[in-house]
Each structure stands twice: as C-alpha cells, then as structure tokens.
Design a protein around this ligand. Sequence first.
Ligand code: NAD
Ligand code: DAU
Length: 340
Amino acid sequence: MKNVLITGAAGFIGSNFVRYELEKHADWNIVVYDKLTYAGNLDNLKDVAEKFGGRYRFMQGDIADREAVFGCVKDNGIDLIINFAADSHVDRSLTEPGSFIMTDVYGTYVLLEAAREFNIARFHQISTDEVYGDIEAPGRSTEEDKLHGSSPYSASKAGGDLMCLAYARSFNVPVTITRGTNNIGPFQYPEKVVPVWVTNAIDGLPLPMYGDGRQMRDYQYVLDHCEGIDVVIEKGALGEVYNIGSGIETRNIDLAHAILDLLGKPYSLIQTITDRPGHDRRYAIDNSKARELGWQPGHTFAQALEKTVRWYLENESWWRKIKSGEYLAYYKKQYAGREI
Ligand code: NAD
Ligand code: DAU
C-alpha cells in the first residue's frame, strides 16, 4: 500500500482528485490534511468518507504549521505528498494578500521541508497557468517561459513553484509540478466565475462581468485536470513542470452567453461592472509536454460546461447552504456599487 498525503483536498479540485484516485488506485491510503478555511467543506468529501472509509482519513491542520505537518507525515508513514492547499481566489488576494503568502509560499516551504526530512518518494505541487501572466495571441505559454504573476495570488503561486524547483535542485527532493488552467465542475465554491454565474442565473440574478468581458481563459473539466495530474505523478520526470489544460480559449462574454443558453435565461442578466485591478487579458497554454506522456483532455468546452451546469442544477442544496452563510457579506463587499 502507498500512503498518500493530499493537502487542501476539502476544496474543489482536491476533493474531486481524492474521489478519482481512490477509485483508480486500490493500493492508495489517502490522508487529507486541510485547514478548512471558508473554501474547505467536508460536504465535498462526504460520499468519499462513506465509500472508502478504510482507505481515507481526514485531519484538520494548517500546512504552515511545521509541527503538525511533520507529525502527520511521520505518524502516517507518508510516501507521497500532493499539495493542493492554497488560498486560490484572485479577487480575495487583492484585498487580503497576507494569507496567500503564508499558505501558498510559506506553507509550500513547510511541506517541502517535511518531504526532505522524511525522504518522501515524490512531492507533487499543484500550480496554475496564472504564474505566466497574460500572453498575447497567438502565443501560448510553455513550461520554459518566465514567470510573471500579476496578482498577489499568482505571485504567491509562482513563489511556491520556485521553492519546489529550488528544493529539487539544491536538496534532490523528488519534485514534479503541474500548472493547470481554469477548472470547472462539481463542488467549486461560488466565488469563481462559473459557479457565481450559473447559480445566479438559476435564480434570475445578474451575472457580474468585469470590464469588457473579452478576457480569455481555458476552462477545463476538473476530472480532465485530475487525470493529467495522475499521469504526471506516474510518468513525469523529476524536477519537471507540465501544463495541463484543454487548449481551448473562451472569452468571458461567450462563457456568459453559453451559460444563459443552457439555462434558457436572457442575456439581459449580464451586468457589466468595474474591472478587476491588474486583470490578465488572456491565458493560453501549450499542453504538448503533458500530451507526450499519453494524457489528453477528455471534454470539449461545451461538454465540460453542460456537465457543470447540470451538476449545479441537481445539487442545489450544496450551493444554497454556502450561499446563505458568510458568503452573503463577501458577495456584497465584492460586488456592491461596481455597476457601470
Ligand atoms: P479551493 O479554494 O477550492 O480549495 C483550497 C483548499 O485548501 C480548501 O479546502 C482550504 O480549506 C485549503 N487550505 C487553504 N489554506 C490552507 C492551509 N494553510 N493549510 C491547509 N489547507 C488549506 O481551491 P481549488 O480551486 O480547489 O484549487 C486547488 C489548487 O489548485 C490550488 O493550489 C490552486 O492554486 C490550484 N489551481 C486551481 C485552479 C482553479 O481553476 N480552481 C486552476 C489551476 C490551479
Ligand atoms: O488560470 C487558473 C486560475 O483560474 C486558478 O489558478 C485560480 O485559482 C482560479 O481562481 C482561476 O483564476 P481566474 O482569475 O481566471 O478565475 P475567476 O473565476 O476568478 O475569473 C475568471 C474570469 O472571469 C476572469 O477573467 C475574471 C472574470 N470574472 C470573474 C468573476 C468572479 C468576471 O467577469 N466576473 C466575476 O464575477
């Protein structure tokens, strides 16, 4: 059996990844280590705890807490660390950058120290295409590009990546990194654009669109990303970085139209608001290095969005519980008075 520590897996992508891996690898015991910030939600793992109780364990803790992390790695005889834990929302990093630096940079360093101390067989870092900054068409970011974080979030993620590569080179920690594009799918906290827009549209509420809506993102289905991470952990070369994304770019305005079409709602729900400071115009990645390992995206943009919208329609109780709590104050602070 392999003992695998997955941090930040009470959040969106990590919870999907844990479910995916427990199904796929009968020889994995998974310990989820998560601080349970506003974005961590044990409802995301309820079915996992019921189905895989014997091979799944949850521990609440902060990745920046050295003693707790070392204790967890030692007590569970961890072989592999996969780090999803992060403060992950760009807008929040513009108002509260400190916690991003603590988790995304310092927390990553603490995990790397644990990997070094306990001779972990693999440390895999979950990163993002945002570390490249925006790129003009028709260019595509490759793994060799310089890092140009535009927000405190992306700068912190870039710091985490550089620390991983430094630990690989200086201390031979067996590191791999994946840089994923925008994920969509089940269990995404309704602060990211797709769940905000889908849940607002279901309720006939405005879809807040930053600036001219011509910013471009690569929206990939979360399970395609999970598969890509799995392939890199199995076949990726140590010390290497791999981009994971669909390779398909979509403008925000076209995303809004597609969501409203799927839900049969009018385009008049789109509400232009003031732009995000430092907003990156376009992300586009070259995913050929991951493809060379045998991975390929399994969904088109239309398939990914359709599945995602259907999940939010069928799981209203999940998001309504979130949207009725402290979220209301967040939403007001984030959006009130920005209408143009
Ligand atoms: P999320 O915000 O949904 O979940 C983050 C999780 O990390 C939460 O469960 C939270 O409780 C936990 N966490 C936060 N600080 C912690 C700390 N100090 N110690 C322990 N746990 C902590 O995030 P997500 O969207 O699932 O993203 C997961 C990872 O993937 C992040 O590293 C993010 O940078 C990266 N990523 C996200 C996307 C995307 O589109 N969402 C794309 C590419 C990469
Ligand atoms: O590219 C990968 C990154 O994707 C991840 O690293 C981040 O964790 C994740 O949050 C995401 O970052 P983005 O900033 O691209 O995602 P977000 O959903 O916040 O915004 C997507 C686009 O939609 C962006 O151009 C801003 C715009 N937007 C966003 C929100 C929340 C709006 O127009 N209105 C909104 O209300």
